[in-house]
Design a binder for this molecule. Structure first.
Ligand code: C5P
Length: 219
């Protein structure tokens, strides 16, 4: 069974999807990590991001693997390096191109074949796993998402002004929603969770309830 969890940046998808997978005894796939790894590889190879053909050529050759928890580039664990601002700022050059997306979608489908899996991203329910048995769209207002991120960074001893977080988040939302292929949007048959005012545990329990009811329907 495939459970897709899509939603905008900062909605808490990653951590919740990981715990949900654990609780269900499913595997977990972070598709954003694959987009990040391809971008990191392109930066390292000094790909010219203004040259679409060069990005397409490069993305067809890059060796990316997902081992269940970590993303690997030619066998190297790059889980930490993919979370840096230069990678985040350049992702759109890769994520906007249908050819790079189709390569990454293929990897996502290969990884999930025949498995029970929770996949997390932007286009999982709408495009990559349009036949998935259970689809969730997890969102929250921009202010709530920015507030959570602000708190998270402060807890890590890296305070960033709320305004700055909100501005960067608005830019990413716009990029994610406006791309022609793979745009952030709920699938028609997704359960939508608006998580303003909910705790992580509330959201997790709700997701588990939705998944378990789908499992019950299937059996
Ligand atoms: O989930 P995360 O924030 O790590 O994703 C980074 C970026 O990768 C997103 O902002 C989006 O541009 C891109 N992405 C995508 N499709 C996915 C997952 C991520 O386009 N399925």
């Amino acid at each position: 069974m495939i459970v897709t969890i899509d939603g905008p940046a900062g909605a808490g998808k990653s951590s919740i999807a990981k715990i949900a997978a654990d609780r269900l005894g499913f595997e977990f796939l972070d598709t954003g990590a694959l987009y990040r790894a391809m971008t990191l590889a392109a930066i390292r190879a000094q790909v010219d991001f203004s040259d679409t053909q060069e990005i397409i050529r490069f993305s067809s050759t890059v060796d990316i693997q997902w081992d269940g928890q970590r993303v690997l580039l030619k066998g190297e664990d790059v889980s930490a390096q993919i979370r840096t601002p230069p990678v985040t700022d350049a992702i759109r050059f890769v994520a906007d191109l249908p050819d790079s997306r189709s390569r990454l979608s293929e990897i996502q489908r290969q990884v999930s074949t025949g498995r029970n899996m929770v996949t997390e991203g932007r286009d999982q329910g709408s495009e990559v796993f349009s036949d998935a048995e259970c689809k969730i769209f997890l969102t929250a207002s921009p202010e709530e998402r920015a507030r959570r991120r602000h708190q998270q960074l402060a807890d890590m001893g890296r305070p960033v002004p709320l305004e700055e977080i909100l501005r960067a988040q608005d830019r990413r939302d716009e990029e994610d929603r406006s791309r022609e292929i793979g745009a952030l949007r709920p699938a028609d048959d997704a359960s939508i969770i608006e998580s303003d005012g909910m705790t992580t545990d509330d959201v997790l329990e709700l997701i588990l309830k939705i998944v378990r009811s789908k499992i019950a329907e299937q059996s």
